[in-house]
Design a protein around this ligand. Structure first.
Ligand code: AHR
Length: 312
């Protein structure tokens, strides 16, 4: 993540010497792998001792890891919560132990006093940006959409669906005809898209694919090609993350648009923890990252190269 190396302010350096536990979900997507590598390099550049635990997509593993961090007496805990519910007990234990918790990239259903701050995108907005792109692109044309949802019960899956539906609500010509989870993975995205294509007369009636992340879109693009159709032309493809591989697909005309999610959630999280440690400064409850739309008009080859310097 050389591209993220920045001169750190003295406030940010207050994190120097802290021990921080990080309960990561797993490595289901290219974006997730980049978030892990960026978090590690951000910790290193600030002199933070990062204890990393990969939960292999299981909430029970995350809860175990958090309990382990509490037992070790870490200074703070970062957690990317795989699903929204079921965190109250373990986060109360952290609170009782006076260990600040920062949520990364996904939210939870639970009292806001269980965490110091949450660093994440506005996921409803991401869905809206993707949906608005489709509305603007198809105009009055009838458009049947298939949707690949993220992990069931996760806030990005819930909110990205909601935002997209909001954006297309005023366009009676656009309808979601099938919607199923692909669990944010490339392999599941491909498999579920194959099912959609089969169920929809080989895909002839499908106008667009909306995938809650780029990895599922990349898997689905392969399924569309295998079915003898042209992704990006016969079936429009819009997704979320802005990972390097989607820019390769956009440059080749096989995907149309993506909404950027920065993999650098840890930088703002460590800044907030450093200020809190230094003089008790309480950060805003929600630190919201940007959601920028990229299409073929935005130099996809250049964006691919730029991503390579961002920790991907
Ligand atoms: O929580 C963020 C989502 O999780 C990313 O969009 C997706 O790629 C990841 O798996």
């Amino acid at each position: 993540a050389a591209g993220l190396a920045t001169a750190l302010s003295s406030a940010a350096m207050a994190a120097d010497g802290m021990t921080v536990g990080f309960s990561q979900i797993g490595s289901e997507s290219g974006w997730r792998a980049a978030e892990t590598s960026v978090t590690k390099s951000q910790a290193e550049s600030r002199g933070i001792n990062l204890k990393f635990a990969d939960a292999q997509q299981k909430q029970e593993n995350q809860i175990k890891a958090i309990r382990g961090f509490i037992a070790q007496g870490v200074d703070a805990i970062l957690v990317a919560p795989v699903v929204a519910t079921g965190w109250d007990d373990v986060l109360n234990e952290a609170k009782e132990a006076n260990i600040p918790v920062v949520l990364l990239d996904r939210g939870i259903d639970g009292p806001e006093d269980l965490y110091l701050t949450s660093v994440a995108s506005d996921q409803v907005k991401e869905g809206r940006v993707a949906g608005q792109w489709l509305v603007d692109t198809v105009k009055d044309k009838d458009c049947k959409v298939v949707e690949l949802q993220g992990t069931v019960g996760s806030t990005p899956a819930i909110n990205r669906k909601k935002g997209f539906e909001e954006a297309i609500a005023g366009s009676k010509n656009i309808t979601i005809i099938r919607s199923q989870t692909g669990d944010f993975t490339r392999s599941k995205g491909k498999e579920v898209m194959e099912g959609f294509l089969k169920a929809e007369n080989g895909g002839k009636g499908i106008c667009a694919l909306y995938a809650h992340n780029d990895d599922m879109a990349v898997g689905a693009i392969q399924a569309i090609k295998d079915a003898g159709l042209k992704p990006g032309t016969d079936i429009l493809v819009v997704s979320i993350d802005a990972v390097p591989d989607i820019f390769t697909a956009i440059a080749a005309g096989e995907a149309n648009a993506t909404v950027e999610l920065t993999p650098n959630m840890a930088g703002p999280a460590f800044d907030a923890l450093a200020a809190f440690k230094k003089d008790g400064t309480v950060p805003p409850k929600f630190i919201i990252t940007e959601s920028k739309l990229y299409t073929a008009a935005d130099d996809p080859k250049g964006e691919y190269e730029r991503r390579k310097g961002l920790g991907y």
